[in-house]
Design a binder for this molecule. Sequence first.
Ligand SMILES: Nc1ncnc2c1ncn2[C@@H]1O[C@H](COP(=O)(O)OP(=O)(O)OP(=O)(O)O)[C@@H](O)[C@H]1O
Ligand SMILES: [Mg+2]
Length: 323
Amino acid sequence: MSEISLHVEGLKKYFAVRRGFFQRVAGWVKAVDNIDLAVPKGKTLGLVGESGCGKSTVARLVLRLLEPDAGRIVYEGRDITHLPPRDLNALRKEMQIVFQDPYGSLNPRMTIGQTIKEGLRKMRLSKGARRERLEELLQMVGLSAGSADRYPHEFSGGQRQRAGIARALSVEPSLVICDEPVSALDVSIQAQIINLLKDLQDRLGLSYLFISHDLNVVGYLSDRVAVMYLGQIMEYADADDLFESPCHPYSQALLSAVPRPEAGAKRGLSSLGGEVPSPLDPPPGCKFQARCPYAEVRCREEPVAFYRVGGNHLVRCWKPAES
Ligand SMILES: Nc1ncnc2c1ncn2[C@@H]1O[C@H](COP(=O)(O)OP(=O)(O)OP(=O)(O)O)[C@@H](O)[C@H]1O
Ligand SMILES: [Mg+2]
């Protein structure tokens, strides 16, 4: 039995940007540029980075909603990179996604009960068993039995996200990809949903790929964290190691943007200076160098490989690798 639920190797997805009357290719957005990741079974891999760095593209590639340009996607020891469309339905029962905006992903014309039952239909249960399972799912995510007859617009944001989670769980997946599941919610509600996800993981042994732009949120749930910038992983470490001793200047900046009451004033990514380079025209060398306070000539000229700074801690930067 594999200890890894999902791993990807050398994953790449470039989007062509076309311009003009003849729609000529004017450049490529390297949305996912040679990424290796692993989600351990029953654990959470956090994927964190600013908007546009390629997080959702990773999710869509893993779910086979997009075809990768290169690389391998291995789920439960099985290479699913080129799984034919007829096998994708079975795969999508095992891998589910929870989106940022459940309002957009729940059908507004269906009651929550109907939406969840749609998932249950795939499970080939008798009518009675379906009704029982629906009640069980609602209870599991903290919704009342009466919620089944209500429409998405009758729910609060947090309740809608609970319904979205119940729908994802209806097909009994083993891997759930959470793409910014709490970003649209108030902070107090965020904590409730994160606790719910944690409880469900403990109860059902779920593996999570948890995507967020907020390192604080990622920290609550993740066992391992990958920090992503312009299509590449910059740092990859156990969550404790990353929070205690972040090595990449980008991770350090993200961490300094996490408000800590004892630290007083909040510093942000703005303290880095520089601008996020256009994803269309990433700089040669290290992708972060335009904003990096420590950038040297070689950072501008030479691509940086991953270095192991200890145990399971990898960083794509010369500086910590040499110290
Ligand atoms: N279908 C597409 N065609 C062209 N470019 C795309 C496509 N999908 C994504 N991109 C580009 O790829 C890059 C990565 O996008 P992606 O949605 O994966 O980022 P993200 O990290 O999920 O951002 P956010 O935090 O805003 O959700 C962006 O520059 C985006 O504009
Ligand atoms: Mg996204």
